[in-house]
Ligand binder design. Structure first.
Ligand code: PRX
Length: 580
């Protein structure tokens, strides 16, 4: 079904005039390296994301401006100014230096969205170290594999992660310091742990940021591929140009905005758009520690008078499910601009929000690897519901064929981007071969399939590989298969994404059993529990089927494509490589 275009008034009629008000002219004039002129650079030379996001505002009159409005799961509310954020991150940077941590070392965080997490990330950057925030719901296998690969030297975490830490510790020979945080409390320490509070208490509030260069590594986020374990996409300080510019032109930040990004910093949206884009633009940001609840979310918008809101399709579908009456109970009139990312945004969701919230969700597209938004709908631009929008200034995406040639408008192909933008990942940690394999004929290949229409709007078609997108989080089937194989009953495992009306896809595993084991509901439950414990609830399979054999190629590779086709009752396609 075709959806009607959602029109926009002329830019002169906007209550808040968009920063991007003449797309054609601004696109022609835009040059990413020039963005540095709107930033400060480190005093004395160099570039550091934390300086651009936090400290420079102290010299531009924003010391007392609210940086974070934090609401804890238990309802506590705390306000932090830019001066507070600067002080807290300085203290943590001093702690790292005192511990002997060196420039370039990896400092990981594995915790909920408490203020210390934000101080730790910015402090890590100030110390010239590489920050790696991990999603707190990860199980010990998922978190441990990532930290082991990165060779993390410091971990900032919370006492409730201790059992996981014990399980992963033997695989973390590089880990020297574990810093325990319990927000608002003094945690009872166990052997070998350090107390955040004690370390901070002794740390100076002044810190001279370690000089970092634009190409020095700053942030690592692990992302999933079809084969192998997840890979650490490495971003450098130069990325801050992308965070700032997309914050200005896509998120349309203005001085008085109250901004809420619902993403967790364990995923790239929660750092690029929960930390770097808003704060390089000097925004006040709402951080809600709790999870999804329709009432609580609407209440958060009302309570903090949120004006700009960035969220994700799964959450929007849950809001739709909660019903049209729920938002009517709240005053959401401060909202002026709302956006979505991470999965395909159903056109119905755009139309629904326009009808019920009075504003359409603006979809945009990017990836862990791209570091910042590549394709977007903008405040001024009429929306074609279902489209991801048009290229960000300075970005050249294309739909290409197998030889790397551009395909004509309307035709499906690989979604690719011309390399060279500032926030592009520079490699996968210790896996440069994999990085190099992502390029074709001068294009970065995103792994997504798409098409562009005659007016330059891009449309998402699907993934080109077996990577699963569940509730906006990418899951690599190999990681899940590997965990399943560790159970004594499992002989083989094949994992697919099964379409789901809310989460877009759920993780589904097919397993064959070793001799001596019989399929049963009890065993199914046991396998589910086993996987949840190792991987965490967001990664573990939600469904498990027992099979006698898995379809495999003659060379022994499990054909996930066939498992999926059979599950969905779709044509099996080319089965010439199928083992007899
Ligand atoms: O498949 C695309 C999907 O999410 C992938 C990127 O996921 P990740 O690296 O975790 O980055 C999350 C930050 C955005 C993409 O390759 N995706 C992302 N945005 C959209 C999307 N699919 C459809 N529409 C989108 N707007």
């Amino acid at each position: 079904m075709d959806y009607e275009i959602i029109d926009k008034p002329p830019v002169d009629e906007f209550a808040v005039r968009p920063n991007l008000d003449n797309y054609v002219a601004q696109r022609a004039a835009f040059n990413y390296p020039d963005v540095i002129k709107e930033l400060d650079g480190l005093p004395g030379g160099g570039l550091n994301i934390a300086y651009e996001a936090i400290d420079r505002h102290l010299v531009h009159g924003r010391a007392d401006k609210l940086c974070w409005i934090w609401e804890g799961k238990d309802g506590r509310v705390e306000n932090y100014t830019y001066a507070d954020a600067s002080r807290m991150s300085n203290q943590f940077a001093n702690v790292l230096v005192k511990l002997g941590v060196a420039k370039g070392d990896r400092v990981f965080c594995f915790m909920d969205r408490v203020p210390e997490l934000y101080a730790a990330v910015f402090g890590t950057l100030k110390a010239g170290c590489v920050t790696g925030p991990l999603f707190s719901a990860f199980g010990p296998d998922a978190a441990g594999d990532r930290m082991a690969d990165a060779g993390a030297r410091v971990l900032v975490t919370t006492p409730d992660q201790r059992a996981k830490l014990t399980a992963m510790r033997p695989n973390l020979p590089a880990l020297q310091h574990v810093i325990m945080v319990e927000h608002g409390k003094e945690p009872a320490l166990e052997a070998g742990e350090l107390s955040w509070n004690a370390l901070i208490k002794d740390a100076s509030e002044v810190f001279e940021i370690v000089r970092t260069e634009p190409e020095d590594p700053a942030v690592m986020h692990y992302t999933s591929g079809t084969t192998g374990k997840s890979k650490g996409a490495v971003h450098v300080h130069q990325a801050v140009l992308g965070h700032y510019a997309t914050g200005k032109y896509v998120l349309d930040f203005h001085e008085d905005d109250i901004y809420w990004c619902t993403a967790d910093p364990g995923w790239v949206t929660g750092t690029s758009y929960g930390m770097f884009a808003p704060h390089t633009n000097g925004m006040t940001s709402v951080i809600y520690e709790g999870g999804f609840s329709a009432n609580k979310w609407y209440e958060t918008i009302q309570k903090y008078k949120v004006t700009v809101w960035y969220t994700a399709p799964t959450a929007i579908r849950l809001l739709m499910k909660a019903g049209d009456e729920v938002p009517r109970k709240y005053d959401l009139s401060t909202l002026r601009y709302i956006m979505s990312v991470g999965e395909p945004l159903n056109p119905e969701a755009v139309v629904w929000s326009n009808r019920v919230l009075g504003l359409p969700f603006h979809d945009n597209w990017w990836q862990t690897e791209t570091g910042s938004i590549m394709i977007a709908n903008y405040p001024w631009m009429p929306i074609r519901p279902g489209s991801m929008g048009r290229p960000m200034l300075g970005i050249e995406p294309g739909i290409i064929d197998d030889d790397g040639n551009l395909k004509p408008p309307g035709e499906e192909g690989d979604l690719a981007v011309r390399p060279g933008w500032p926030s592009m990942f520079r490699t996968y940690w210790h896996n440069d071969d994999m990085y190099q394999s992502k390029f074709r004929n001068g294009w970065y290949i995103t792994g997504d399939r798409g098409r562009m229409d005659a007016d330059g709007y891009f449309w998402f078609v699907g993934r080109a590989d077996d990577v699963i997108n569940t509730a906006g989080h990418l899951v690599g089937p190999f990681e899940v298969e590997s965990a399943m194989l560790e159970h004594p009953a499992v002989a083989e495992a094949g994992v697919i994404g099964k379409p789901d009306p809310v989460a877009m896809e759920i993780v589904k595993a097919f397993v064959t059993l070793k001799d001596g084991y019989e399929p049963s509901d009890k065993l199914r439950g046991e396998l589910m529990q086993f996987a949840r414990k190792k991987l965490g609830p967001g990664v573990a399979p939600r469904e498990i089927d027992f099979l006698m054999v898995l379809p495999k190629t003659r060379s022994g590779k499990i054909m996930r494509r066939l498992l999926k086709a059979r599950e969905l009752g779709l044509p099996e396609g080319d089965t010439s490589t199928l083992e007899e």
